[in-house]
Design a protein around this ligand. Sequence first.
Ligand SMILES: [Zn+2]
Ligand SMILES: [Zn+2]
Length: 89
Amino acid sequence: MIVLSVGGEGHGAADRAVERCPACGSVQLEPVLEYRTPERNSFCRACGRCWHVELGQVYRITPPICFGCTERPRCEAVYAEDQARAQGH
Ligand SMILES: [Zn+2]
Ligand SMILES: [Zn+2]
């Protein structure tokens, strides 16, 4: 059995953009380039959450640090909802 490695493996994997939303599983992720930084973020069109990849880990971006976000109002609204839910409402 031959397994073809399509990029990803080895070096370069750490800064790949998010391929699938960790929250809703959607693949409708759009790259968000942060203002004047080489950081690479992804905005999920399906649920409105923004993600950041660092060292192979995916982190949720909070609206205050979501620079360059093109969907800010939605990003903030969804985050506020998630916070309320996390507090048991
Ligand atoms: Zn999503
Ligand atoms: Zn955002």
